[in-house]
Design a protein around this ligand. Structure first.
Ligand code: GLU
Length: 440
């Protein structure tokens, strides 16, 4: 088993999904593991709904967990063993759905948490999917293209019998991209025949969706546009800081700028850049593509990732990894709203601190759901052997996310709670209803 490298380090015992609901604290502790942190929100929602304990336990417990050994013969003649994971969390509302992440930090508890988040995310946007997540504990930056392809194909060889376009459909996540999805299509075809609907986020010639690459970031902007007036923020001219300049962060910055917001700061793993008058996001995307980072960009002030989180802005978009905003730095956040582009970038204790300080958090399972919504459109195209126009994709994305925001806001108002608790109440209610109807 790989060891957990994520912060905070002071975690003690790992409570399982079987932890009785009453044993979960109603106030978030600072040392929850990622899966405990998601279940903390599920429990909170289930309690608000008056759900019996056995049902809560069922909703939290993953359907199936798979870990495989991935031995890689490196190009230089050495051997290295990686671990591949696929956690299938829930399938009551449809085939399980979620990305594949290639990152050294990938481990069982984190993948469980991310799989569970997918169950609630697909329910919030009401697409007919359940939740899953997977990954390999590798650093693609250390591997050659050939090694990465081999590792991807090896992983498919070990899980192909468990996935399928009506069972479990992977997609891109951190450090995976359309090329990785193309290798998956090809490898899966060797076992089960050409099945474009086996993964989403594919390149266009293999049945990809026009606009899938930008869908998550575009979705962040659509949801921000809907939420801003409720928070008293005028999006046109609003100052925005985006942490993370990968697929989600860069397209979120791009889409928010297109709506008239002033993106004053962005960052990647190497550090951040700031300009009070606003940054040229397209030029930064070109810089990142050509040099692999934004930090060499001319005519801007350099800042650290921590400084970015503490900037005096209207909107902060954490779009990098989990646990960016924790109890120890939540007090520094000065934004009026935090829009979660990443999955779980705010820990439960930090979330409660931000709420107490009157800072609105738009939760991940709503804010970044544009990605899986785009994946749903892609899967529909693939299963119908039909291709949508860019305009249709955009219209359906706006419609789906606008409805989801309205549903979440209505739940938050009905239960007098945060948008996050409202989103979990909505999702838990939908998943529980489907489970019960199926007799589960
Ligand atoms: N990895 C993305 C997410 O966390 C997309 C998942 C998908 O499209 O299946 O939502």
């Amino acid at each position: 088993m790989p060891t957990t490298t994520s912060t905070p380090a002071a975690r003690t015992t790992l409570r399982s999904a079987e932890t009785p609901a009453h044993a979960m604290p109603s106030v978030a502790s600072v040392d929850l593991t990622p899966f405990e942190a998601v279940n903390f929100q599920v429990d909170r929602a289930a309690r608000a709904l008056g759900m019996p304990e056995h049902q809560q336990v069922g909703l939290k417990t993953p359907f199936r967990e798979v870990m495989v050994e991935l031995p890689l013969h490196r190009d230089d003649g050495t051997m290295r063993t990686y671990h591949g994971y696929r956690i299938q969390h829930d399938n009551s509302r449809g085939p399980m759905k979620g990305g594949l992440r290639f990152h050294p930090r990938v481990e069982l508890d984190e993948v469980r948490a991310l799989a569970s988040l997918m169950t609630w995310k697909t329910a919030v946007v009401d697409v007919p999917f359940g939740g899953a997540k997977g990954g390999i504990d590798c650093d693609p930056a250390e591997l050659t293209r050939k090694e990465l392809e081999y590792l991807t194909r090896l992983f498919v060889g070990r899980i192909h019998m468990l996935i399928g376009e009506n069972e479990d459909i992977p997609a891109p996540d951190v450090n995976t991209n359309p090329q990785v999805m193309a290798w998956i299509v090809d490898e899966y075809a060797k076992y089960r025949g050409f099945t474009p609907g086996i993964v989403t986020g594919k390149p266009l010639p293999l049945g990809g969706l026009v606009g899938r690459l930008s869908a998550t970031g575009r979705g962040v902007a659509i949801v921000t546009e809907r939420a801003a007036p409720d928070v008293g923020v005028t999006l046109r001219g609003a100052r925005v800081a985006v942490q993370g300049f990968g697929n989600v962060g860069s397209w979120a910055a791009h889409s928010l700028a297109a709506l008239g917001a002033r993106v004053v700061a962005v960052s990647d793993v190497h550090g951040g850049v700031f300009h009070g008058d606003g940054l040229d996001v397209e030029a930064l995307m070109a810089e990142s593509r050509s040099t692999g980072s934004i930090i060499g960009f001319d005519g801007v002030e350099r800042i650290s990732n921590e400084e970015l989180l503490a900037l005096d802005v209207d909107i902060l978009v954490p779009a990098a990894l989990e646990e960016a905003i924790r109890a120890d730095n939540a007090g520094d956040v000065r934004a009026r709203m935090v829009v979660e582009g990443a999955n779980a970038p705010v820990t439960p204790s930090a979330d409660d601190m931000l709420m107490t300080r009157g800072i609105t958090v738009v939760p991940d399972i709503l804010a970044n759901a544009g990605g899986v919504t785009g994946s749903y459109f892609e899967w529909v195209q693939n299963t119908q052997r039909f291709r949508w126009s860019a305009q249709r994709v955009e219209d359906e994305l706006v419609r789906t996310l606008t409805t989801a925001y309205g549903d979440v806001r209505a739940a938050a108002r009905e239960f007098d709670c945060s948008l996050r608790t409202g989103a979990f109440i909505l999702a838990v209610r939908r998943v529980a209803e489907a489970t019960e109807l199926r007799g589960g």
